[in-house]
Design a protein around this ligand. Structure first.
Ligand code: URA
Length: 239
């Protein structure tokens, strides 16, 4: 692989930024100074350093965040903070984006990555990736209401035709808490599904995306890279 591409994937900015580093004589391969952007580097065998620090090659980054309830799951927001604002420079340099949306007031598992194919897979209705939420509700969820959610409810969709949700998996957890798994992601879908059976969601948290579970050790606003094992649980979603 060309050294300028390697440096870009190691998080040293755009190809032009990387070419500048080379011009600045900041880059060495196996201890030998390189200035030519076309120089080839063997990813498996050689060590690249920038100003003496090893530049680790990483094309993709996969982050798990425990999203707090006062930030938007977008890259930009005019009036408030976004999940991207919570990332450190070490992660920002890979330009990750949120894989799907959560409402501003929803907490919990958010996956951020620069792997576009995985983002696409996670949000694609065709892939039917289940997302599990826990909702605190006011109003009683009756057995009849639960059965309706489990078979599919009609939801009004603005100017569009009402749509019928696909069957959800619903579990009564006690104390006004209900677990719900859905494989769709319409705007405010969980809140609107509960509203259709006479319940109001007063708190919502996402706990899992497919087989990937939110790490309970992550505090609100905290973020870490997925382990190899966790990545293995979701990487097939993009196939
Ligand atoms: N459903 C909702 O209503 N809100 C979310 O944030 C996610 C799913």
């Amino acid at each position: 692989m060309r050294i300028d591409k390697y440096l870009a994937h190691a998080g040293y900015g755009s190809r032009n930024d990387c070419k500048q580093l080379l011009k600045d004589k900041a880059v060495q391969i196996d201890g030998v100074l390189v200035k030519d952007a076309k120089t080839k580097v063997d990813i498996q065998a050689q060590v690249v350093t920038v100003r003496g620090t090893v530049a680790e090659y990483k094309e993709f980054i996969y982050l798990m965040m425990n999203k707090p309830g006062d930030c938007l799951s977008a890259t930009k927001d005019k009036s408030g903070r976004t999940v991207i604002d919570l990332l450190s420079e070490d992660y920002l340099k890979y330009a990750p984006v949120p894989a799907g949306r959560l409402d501003r007031d929803t907490e919990g598992l958010m996956l951020l990555t620069n792997d576009g194919a995985l983002v696409h897979g996670i949000i694609s209705p065709k892939k039917e990736v289940y997302k599990r939420y826990v909702a605190k509700i006011s109003g009683e969820l009756t057995e009849e209401g639960k059965a309706k959610l489990e078979s599919g409810v009609q939801i009004l969709d603005g100017q569009n035709e009402p749509f019928t949700t696909k069957p959800a998996k619903v579990e009564m957890l006690g104390d006004g808490l209900v677990g719900i798994e859905i494989a769709e992601g319409k705007f405010h879908q969980v809140k609107r599904m509960f509203a259709s059976v006479g319940c109001k969601v007063t708190y919502l948290k996402r706990e899992a995306i497919g087989a990937l579970e939110l790490d309970p050790a992550l505090g609100l606003g905290e973020c870490r890279e997925l382990t190899e094992e966790e990545l293995g649980l979701i990487k097939d979603i993009k196939k």
